[in-house]
Every structure is written in C-alpha cells, then in structure tokens.
Design a binder for this molecule. Structure first.
Ligand code: GLN
Length: 483
C-alpha cells in the first residue's frame, strides 16, 4: 500500500521502478478524495497539475535521473506562494488570489521533481494554535475527529498524520510546526532562522517566521530540510550557509548526550498525562546513556507575553499591504480610505484584527518604549540565558506542548488560555534556534510530543540526536482509522 510508506521508502521504490510517479500521485489523490471530507486538511487539491508534475518526474526516473524527492507528492501550507495555485492564508482577504510566482521552497522542491499536490488549511495568517481561526473550514485531528490537530499548520500536519500525503511543508512563528506535530504524533522541524528562505512565505512576524517540514519520521524531515534550505539572495535574512546536510544523520549516538530540562517548561500548566509520558520518555533516554539535568531559564516565564508584543507588532506592519488594491477581493466604500477600511473590516477575521490592533498600539508613539523596546530587551535576555545553557549542554529538552489535543471549540472562546499554551515553543523563535518535536508516547490515546532545541546553526546535530532518540522511543503508528 503506497500510503503506508515513508518518504524515504517511497523514494527507494520510485528509483527501483517498483511503482511509477503517476501511480503514487494518483494513490494520494484517491486517498484525499476518500478521507479529506472527514479531516478537512486541504483548501485546494491541485489534481491536474499534480498529475502533470508526476508524469514529468516519471520521465526523469525513466532516464535513470532524479533524486530523493523525484515523484514525491508534497502539500504546502496555504501561506506559501504557489505559482498559478490559489494562496489564501485561510483568510477571506486573499480569496481568489493566485500568486504569479513560487516561494523559494516551492521552486526548489519543483526543481527536484517533487509534486505539488495541494494547499493546506491553517489559522488565518498563521495566527492561532488550533487551525480554528481559518475563515474556511475546521481541520480535525486524525486520532480523534472531535479534536484539534493543533495549529497553525494544522492542515499540513493532519494531512501527513492521516497519510493523505507522505510529507508536507508548514511554517513556525511561535510553534506552528512543532505544536501540531506534537498533537498529532508526527515529526515537525523548525530550522535555524535564516536557513530556509522566507521568500514567498506570506509574512506574519518576519523576525520569527521560519518554514520547515512535517513528516512521519526524523529521516523524512531531514531529507526535506536538505531540499529546502540553503542561501537565497531573495531573502535578505537568509544565512550564507549551505543547505542542511543529511550525510551524518544516522551516525549519532545517545551515549553521553547532555540535555538540559528547564523547570519553567514543565510547570503547573503541564497536564499530568503529558508529564507522565514525558518523564517515562526521559527514563528511556537515560537508559541509552543520555545525561539529563534540570536547569532554570527564568525568562521562559516571560516568553508568551513578550511574543505577544513582538509578533503582533510585526504583523500589524506586514498586514498593512492587504488594502483591497493589490491582492484579493475589494469591498465598496467611500473614497480610497473608505474602500481600504471596508475591505479590511470585511476581509480579516477576529483574531487577525485583534493582533493588528495590539501591534499598532505597541508600536504607537508614547507606547513604543514601554512595550516594543521592552519586549526586545526581554528577547535579548532570553537569548543570553539560553546561550549560557548551551555552553554546558547539547540541547534543551521539554514537552512540546503542555497539553494533548483539545476538543474543537473548547478554547475557541478563550484566546488567552490558548496563547498561554505556547510557552515551550516560543523561545526557539525568539532566539532563532532550531527546534524539533518527535513523538514521546500517548496519554489516553492522544499523542504527546518531546521537543529538542539547539543553539542556532546546530540543525544537523539536532536532527542527528532526534533520529537516535526516535529510535529509542519508537515511532508512533498511523491512527487506526487512517492506517
Ligand atoms: N500559536 C502562536 C500564535 O498564535 C504561534 C503561531 C505560529 O507559529 N504561526 O501566534
């Protein structure tokens, strides 16, 4: 069965010509038609162009060419620009918008003969942690359809979890790759800030945003990372470093690995079931020779508050471009200002509006020093505190999310409670650090994620240790109804 294979397995079968690229894409298109009604992962399925991509990929395979991604169907979060395919950010303000160019990640994957199978649901403009702020639809957790897959990359994550695609691409501003991966029992990786080009990613918080893979295994996440990272002159924040290398991925060992567990990441808000699964995972790792010490990183307690100044401030500026003139639908209004006001009032949802207002306030004269400058100072402090820990430890370890997947609707009316859940994932974005979530086990049938964070540019080492840890902890299976 094609859909039970990982990216690495599929790619071996394609290269050996045991299966054709068109068969693979067709198999996933069939699965999407059969199951996406229940899951709600996709906003757009690009069936026709996907089959064309697949037959081009097959031509390469027939000539004995191609690489790890040739003929592999990939889904993209709908805030990543795709030439000729609608890109909405799950917002009404971009309904019908068709980008005239590909994001760098899309361009790179296409150049490696990957198949763009479709675009996935997200919280509107990636603002949220449950995918419920999408203007279009709910996405459901394949482990329990009454629950959230997490967010904001909920569509990409649910699609991989339900095996509607072998791998997908998401974006992470405060945890949006790692948190849904944790809630769905798959792997989510956010590279070091600047290693993956943001060109063509619709900007949310430009100093925090990073694109990364969602996958069934660490190996698949690493293969995809290698394919999408590396310098890009079109993103001025892109680092001059080469792509993330997978050459040493399998050569790591857990013996002697030093992990720091910040007590601020395993505090009061952690569900007892999450704590139990996380602690037994740590026991497994200790048996393999990992040294784990509790440390204190006090600024973690300030992370959520600080993030909710910086991210909205950047968003308020970035979202200024949606004025009904350049992109998407336009509402009727009196004069130019009236049109812009009406378009933005009609086009943005509640969460996005509230962030634009908070951000505008934080940046306004008289408040700028009290909020924005203050937040940047805390951010600098946090970086210092983490750097001190990285002097004595390889990585920081924590639960990815303090809770398992909550019921759809449960936190929808309580945006503050939902935001408070982000305290384990936000520091990575504040410090530009690479971070990965792998499955640690299950609590009452729901996945629990384990997060590893590293100093900037330690992506390869982080993936290597995550690969070894995944072996020690065991891979989550597919959810029973989607196996
Ligand atoms: N949950 C966080 C927020 O709502 C993070 C979102 C993200 O990483 N895109 O902003």
């Amino acid at each position: 069965m094609i859909h039970t294979l990982t990216l690495a397995e599929l790619s071996a079968k394609l290269a050996a010509r045991e299966v054709s690229a068109v068969e693979v894409t067709q198999a996933y298109l069939d699965r999407i038609s059969a199951h996406d009604g229940e899951v709600g992962a996709f906003l757009t399925v690009a069936s026709e162009s996907a089959l064309q991509d697949a037959s081009r990929a097959q031509e390469r395979l027939d000539r004995g060419e191609g690489g790890a991604l040739t003929g592999i169907p990939i889904a993209f979060k709908d805030n990543i620009s795709t030439d000729g395919i609608e890109t909405t950010c799950a917002s009404k303000i971009l309904k019908g918008y068709i980008p005239p160019y590909d994001a760098t990640v899309v361009e790179r994957l296409k150049a490696q003969d990957a198949v763009v199978i479709g675009k996935t649901n997200l919280d509107e403009f990636a603002m949220g942690a449950s995918t419920e702020t999408s203007a279009y639809q709910l996405t459901r957790n394949p482990w329990d359809l009454t629950r959230t897959p997490g967010g904001s990359s909920g569509g990409s994550t649910a699609a991989v979890t339900a095996r509607l695609v072998p791998v997908a691409i998401g974006s992470d501003t405060g945890g949006s790759i790692r948190q849904p991966a944790s809630l769905c029992g798959i792997v989510g990786f956010k590279p070091t800030y600047g290693r993956c080009s943001r060109y063509g990613l619709v900007a949310f918080g430009s100093s925090l945003d990073q694109i990364g893979p969602l996958a069934q295994t660490v190996e698949d996440a690493a293969i995809l990372s290698e394919a999408i990272t590396g310098h890009d002159f079109r993103d001025s924040t892109s680092l001059p470093h080469p792509a993330i290398s997978t050459s040493e991925l399998k050569n790591g060992s857990l013996k002697g690995l030093r992990l720091a567990l910040p007590k601020e990441m395993l505090g009061e808000g952690t569900q007892p079931g999450v704590r139990a699964v996380f602690e037994s995972a740590l026991e497994n790792l200790r048996r393999e020779g990992v040294i784990i010490d509790e440390v204190s990183i006090p600024s973690i307690a300030l992370g959520v508050t600080t993030y909710y100044i910086i991210a909205p401030a950047e968003a308020s500026s970035n979202l200024g471009r949606f004025d009904g003139v350049r992109f998407g639908p336009r509402s009727e209004g009196k004069g130019h200002i009236g049109v812009v006001e009406r378009t933005r009032a009609d086009g943005f949802g509640h969460e996005v509006k509230s962030r634009i207002m908070i951000g505008t306030y934080a940046l306004s004269a008289g408040y700028y020093d009290a909020y924005y400058v203050r937040a940047q100072q805390v951010r600098a402090l946090m970086v210092q505190e983490f750097n001190r820990v990285y002097q004595g430890y390889d990585f920081v370890v924590s639960p990815t999310s303090p809770v398992t997947a909550f019921r759809l609707g449960d936190l929808d009316g309580d945006p503050l409670a939902m935001k408070l859940l982000d305290f384990c994932t936000i520091p990575a974005n504040m410090g530009g650090m690479p971070g990965i979530s792998i499955n640690a086990g299950f609590s009452e049938g729901l996945p629990v994620g384990l997060q590893l964070l590293g100093a900037p540019l330690r992506d390869e080492a982080l993936l290597q240790s995550a690969f070894a840890a995944e072996k020690a902890l065991g891979l989550a299976t597919a959810p029973p109804n989607f196996a």
